[in-house]
Design a protein. Structure first.
Length: 278
C-alpha cells in the first residue's frame, strides 16, 4: 500500500473516554486520515451490540470487535466466530468453583450475575482501567447489560471476570491458561476488586490485524495501532507502529513504540498529526 497505512483504534480509553461521545478532534483525525487514503478501523473488546452509533457515525473502513472474533470491512462481515457453548460452560464452571464472577459477551448482548453487579457498583475506577470505567457506566445506562439468567446459551465471544482476590484467579490458570490469554486490567494499590477477561489464543486483536492485512493485501509493517488496555497488548505487539495512550498502564506503555497524550487530551488527533496521517 506504498505509504498508505492501516490504522487500528481501540475505543474505550483510546478513541473515546469510556461511553462518552467522540470529540471533534478525534473524529476529525479519522475522517481526514481516510480522505488522505489511509484505512482506519476500530479494534475493540466490545461486541457489536454495544458499539455505539455515535462512534460508528464518525465513519470507519471496518470494525474488529469482541477482541478479534468479529471482523467487518466495508460493511461486509469477514469473520464472526463464537466459542462453543461447551467451552463457555467449562470456563464458567472453573471460575465459579473459585468464587469468581463472570460477564458473558455474546452476539445477543452482555450477561452478568447479580453479585458481579454489586461488586461493580461499589468498585473505585480510574481512567487507567478504562474497562472498569466502561462497565460501571454501562450499569447506569441503557447499554443493554442483561442478567445471566437471560443468556441464551448459544456460545459467546469471550468472558470477562471480577474477583475480590488475585489468589483465587491464580487457582483457575491451570485449567484455562493453556487455551486463553489472561488479561488483568490495572488496579489501584489496596484494591478490593480485580477485573479482566480471558481471550482465546487462536483469535485476538493481533491475529485479527493479520486477517485485515491479508484482506487488503498489505503488510503488518504498514499498520499503526492505538490502545490503552492490556487487551490491546497483542495488537500493539503486531503493529508496525505501536502507540499507547498517556492514560495507559505502565506495562502497555513499556511495550509501545510511542506514548501519546491521554484520551481526554485528544491523544489520537495529535499522534495522527505527528505520524503525518493527517
Amino acid at each position: 500500500m506504498a505509504d498508505r497505512k492501516i490504522v487500528f483504534l481501540d475505543i474505550d480509553g483510546t478513541f473515546t473516554v469510556p461511553l462518552e461521545k467522540p470529540t471533534v478532534l478525534a473524529s476529525r483525525a479519522v475522517r481526514e486520515a481516510r480522505k488522505n487514503g489511509h484505512k482506519v478501523l476500530l479494534s475493540t473488546g466490545r461486541n457489536m451490540p454495544i458499539v455505539s452509533a455515535d462512534v460508528l457515525e464518525v465513519g470507519f473502513d471496518g470494525v474488529v470487535a469482541s477482541a478479534g472474533r468479529h471482523i467487518e470491512i466495508g460493511g461486509k462481515v469477514i469473520r464472526d466466530s463464537v466459542l462453543p457453548e461447551e467451552t463457555i460452560q467449562n470456563c464458567l464452571q472453573v471460575f465459579h468453583k473459585f468464587g469468581i464472577y463472570c460477564r458473558i459477551e455474546s452476539p445477543e448482548g452482555i450477561y452478568i450475575d447479580n453479585r458481579l453487579q454489586e461488586i461493580l457498583m461499589s468498585a473505585a475506577a480510574e481512567l487507567s482501567n478504562s474497562e472498569l470505567v466502561r462497565m460501571k457506566k454501562e450499569l447506569a445506562s441503557d447499554a443493554g447489560v442483561k442478567p445471566y439468567t437471560e443468556y441464551p446459551r448459544k456460545g459467546a465471544y469471550k468472558l470477562g471476570f471480577i474477583c475480590t482476590g488475585l489468589d483465587e484467579l491464580e487457582k483457575t490458570k491451570p485449567y484455562l491458561e493453556q487455551e486463553f490469554h489472561y488479561v488483568v486490567h490495572p488496579y489501584a494499590e489496596g484494591a478490593d476488586c480485580y477485573n479482566g477477561e480471558i481471550i482465546r489464543r487462536d483469535m485476538d486483536k493481533g491475529e485479527a490485524m493479520e486477517r485485515v492485512c491479508a484482506y487488503y493485501g498489505a503488510d503488518l509493517a504498514d499498520t499503526v495501532a492505538f490502545g490503552d488496555s492490556m487487551n490491546d497488548l497483542q495488537m500493539l505487539q503486531c503493529a508496525g507502529l505501536a502507540v499507547a495512550m498517556g492514560n495507559s498502564c505502565q506495562e502497555l506503555k513499556d511495550s509501545a513504540d510511542v506514548v501519546c497524550e491521554s484520551v481526554d487530551e485528544d491523544g489520537v488527533y495529535y499522534e495522527f498529526k505527528r505520524q503525518h496521517l493527517i
